[in-house]
Design a protein around this ligand. Structure first.
Ligand SMILES: [Zn+2]
Length: 453
């Protein structure tokens, strides 16, 4: 098998239907699938994939440097705003080298969990005093290099962040690192960001209705449309954001962004936790995707968003590990359904293939990749989950797809392929074999401490 061709034989593979298919021969050339044949014999030389194979998972919402404070905020931090203060402490320290190292180790953790593409919602732009680096996109290039060095795709969702609250309070302290001065300054910087790697692309983001003046929403949406960039927005994560928006604009965040023409099938609302019925209808009718980040929303006591209602209204669902209290998209996917069960007292809201689609194809569309499905022509990204682990044993006797989506964890991932190239084999990253040790060192350096202390 040469570097630009791939032939694999999957014991079971999910091809988009109600259940997995058996004995699927999958071939790729130059990074894209060429043929997909269920019920086929394995040709000599094929890479055999025992277990269940799916399209590579897509993490649509990451703030990679938040990985440094995992486990640091589980006591004595009462709410989202207190947590944010701690997170800002890390943001105030990072430089291009420490960010690169932390991002590479974290993206390797993602790869090991089956993630083949990440949407990095990137708002840390400038030097410690708020001044641009010699290359104003230095930190964007650091996260791009980190992802491509560990072999996963990245969409840098380059984020516009201009003010401290809805009243236009100027940015202060660490927030000056986020500040491009104006939406035009942001757009000039984004236009200059041209990644050379085929694994990297650019998207746009409005941080939130808090952080961008409303008169900039329309121009940013037009810029994104002109440049054919996916557009992401944090939406109604916290009741306090809604209250401030209503008090200042007399509109909900969803309404305010709708007025400016932000919502469309190229847009993704992240969280969408506290919505009115009219908000849900507007988002659904526009075809806006919803990035659910359930483990973060739990961790930060945000609440349970109306994902099922949004899906019924017309919004595709996708997932993100966001603040990385854990990195496990299998958990993110099932949490959409399971959290709704807790709220409603009713089981069975989302069919199993809808959850699988949220982890794969819908996520890829949200961050602008022609991936997330195993079919001829799509980018050749795959993940294979073992079916003989303590968690997945028994899956072969029933619906393997449902079993994996409701019981597998990141630890059950065995093989990961991106663009036809294997990056994880037998649960080990091929370029970064000691991901735990690298994370230990990278987190310590991001926190300004000696490793292990
Ligand atoms: Zn976020």
């Amino acid at each position: 098998m040469s570097a630009d061709t791939l032939t694999v034989h999957a014991e079971l593979a999910w091809l988009g239907g109600q259940t997995a298919e058996r004995d699927v021969l999958i071939e790729a050339r130059d990074g894209r699938f060429t043929t997909v044949t269920p019920g086929a014999a394995a040709p000599a030389g094929a890479l055999r994939l025992p277990g269940l194979t799916l399209p590579g998972l897509v993490n649509t919402h990451s703030h990679v440097f938040h990985r440094a404070i995992r486990g640091h905020t589980q006591s004595g931090v009462a709410d989202f705003w207190a947590w944010r203060d701690l997170m800002y402490g890390v943001a105030a320290r990072l430089d291009p080298d420490t960010l690169y190292r932390l991002a590479a180790a974290t993206y390797a953790e993602m790869a090991l969990s089956g993630i083949t593409s990440v949407g990095e919602f990137h708002y840390l732009h400038h030097d410690l005093d708020g001044r641009p680096y010699a290359d104003p996109n230095e930190l964007s290039h650091a996260v791009i290099r980190a992802a491509t060095d560990v072999g996963i795709r990245i969409t840098v969702l380059d984020t516009c962040y201009l003010q401290g609250d809805v009243t236009g309070t100027p940015l202060a302290g660490v927030q000056r690192r986020f500040d491009d001065g104006s939406w035009q300054g942001w757009a000039r910087r984004v236009e200059a960001l041209r990644p050379s790697s085929p694994l990297a692309r650019v998207g746009a983001a409005i941080h939130s209705v808090r952080a961008v003046p409303h008169l900039a929403f329309g121009p940013i949406a037009e810029f994104a449309a002109d440049q054919q960039l996916p557009l992401h927005v944090h939406l109604s994560e916290q009741p306090a954001e809604n209250q401030a928006c209503l008090a200042h604009y007399n509109r909900t965040p969803t309404e305010l962004l709708a007025d400016a023409g932000v919502w469309s099938s190229a847009a993704t609302a992240v969280h969408a936790t506290h919505l009115t019925d009219a908000d849900i209808a507007a988002l659904g009718a526009s075809g806006t995707s919803i990035s659910m980040c359930c483990t973060t929303e739990r961790d930060l006591a945000d609440g349970v968003g109306p994902a099922v209602a949004l899906h019924a209204a017309g919004s595709p669902l996708c997932v993100g590990s966001d603040a990385h209290s854990v990195i496990d998209l299998w958990e993110e996917g099932r949490a959409i359904e399971l959290d709704e069960r807790l709220v409603s007292g009713i089981r069975g809201h989302l069919p199993v293939p809808v959850i699988a689609e949220a982890l794969t194809g819908s996520g890829a569309a949200s961050i602008g990749w022609d991936a997330g499905r195993i079919e001829a022509g799509a980018l050749a990204d795959l993940v294979t989950v073992a079916l003989d682990s303590p968690r997945t044993a028994g899956a072969r006797s029933g619906d393997a797809l449902a079993h994996v989506l409701f019981a597998a964890t990141a630890a059950d991932v065995r093989t990961v392929i991106v663009g036809g190239r294997q990056i994880v084999r037998e649960g080990t990253h091929l370029h970064l074999p000691e991901v735990g040790a690298e994370l230990e060192a990278a987190v310590a350096s991001a926190l300004g401490r000696a490793a292990g202390s």
